[in-house]
Design a binder for this molecule. Sequence first.
Ligand SMILES: Nc1nc2c(ncn2[C@@H]2O[C@H](COP(=O)(O)OP(=O)(O)OP(=O)(O)O)[C@@H](O)[C@H]2O)c(=O)[nH]1
Ligand SMILES: [K+]
Ligand SMILES: [Mg+2]
Length: 390
Amino acid sequence: MVNITEKIKEIEDEMRRTQSKEQGDRISFGSIERVHNLPIPEILPQNDQLTSIHRKLARLRAQLLEPTGGAGSGGGSGFDVSKSGDARVALVGFPSVGKSTFLSKITKTKSEAASYSFTTLTAIPGVLEYGGAEIQILDLPGIIEGASEGKGRGRQVISAAKTSDLILMILDATKRAEQRALLEAELDAVGIRLNKEPPNIYLKVKKAGGMKITFQTPPKNLDEKIIYNVLRDYKMLNCEVLVRDENATIDDFIDVIMKDHRKYIRCLYVYNKIDSVSLEFLDQLAREPHTAVMSCELDLGVQEVIERIWTELRLMRLYTKRKGEEPDFSEALIVRRDSTIEDVCDQIHRTLKETFKYAMVWGASARHVPQRVGLGHMVADEDVVSIVAK
Ligand SMILES: Nc1nc2c(ncn2[C@@H]2O[C@H](COP(=O)(O)OP(=O)(O)OP(=O)(O)O)[C@@H](O)[C@H]2O)c(=O)[nH]1
Ligand SMILES: [K+]
Ligand SMILES: [Mg+2]
């Protein structure tokens, strides 16, 4: 069986050699991920050899995703914890950063915490009640560098993270700064894209007619030849491509081709143990994007993290009202942002849509109050909705 990890290492070396030949030591390649994340013009100075190496690397990395994909692919199916509640949040981080301490603090579940690594060996679910919603929080074993290649329980942890609506990346404020980039790289390697929208590239596979490649505006990092070569690599000889984003890169394009293996998940970075760092450093951490800081031990910032979880999940609370009765504010109906009346119906009952006649809406989404609307109407947070069935 082919050892993909070894092959990737080989390519990394090849890349390093080509690189130093081309550009001297301008960029050092510490890890595959760093190569992968560099903007194309910088690492691929119109160099065909490098472009082809880069594509090979992307293909191999994709194989790491396959359940039967060579070395270190064992145990990639996640943990056997069923989803419950309105959303799932996964706690991902290196060992002993305080994941279990946090779970025990914000839910009724007690997950063992200790000062040694790998205290937690399996997924422990807890329930956070907030704003009328029940949010499942998944405490997970710590992961280590190389997790995506199967080190430790890495594959399993990452699979569990992939099923979540939000990743809470727990970081230790007292540890070196690289921890964040290392974890991001592990997730990136298995197709998880954090705080990113799917690339704005249209791709349609056809039965015949060859390749038709068009650009909405001249792209900065791509050209017809690069796209042509990538498509040929993936044996997509008949297709239509429209690149709408001028900043799209070759990696973005590969993500579009591999869209069944990509997951776009929001991530909140949470630095724990701020009781042990200087105020100056704390201030610096707190300014990073998508970041919150806390100390579970001193109970500092924990409530703020809970509030951030709620906003990052982008959930909305709706209240229902029966005809001729007051709205029921005792129990909220939780739906995702950008939900329509149709989603609301589905949330109430699987078949409600079939007998739906119209809905009355009170609140921010209503143009006048109440507004009579159809299934396509977009609701807003804290709207009151009354569904009228046939
Ligand atoms: N100083 C300080 N220590 C903390 C804080 N939160 C947790 N700890 C300590 O950090 C250690 C690790 O905590 P755990 O909750 O077991 O960490 P974990 O991330 O679940 O660890 P694994 O399950 O082994 O991956 C324990 O000794 C905790 O008491 C904090 O806010 N400040
Ligand atoms: K621990
Ligand atoms: Mg733990």
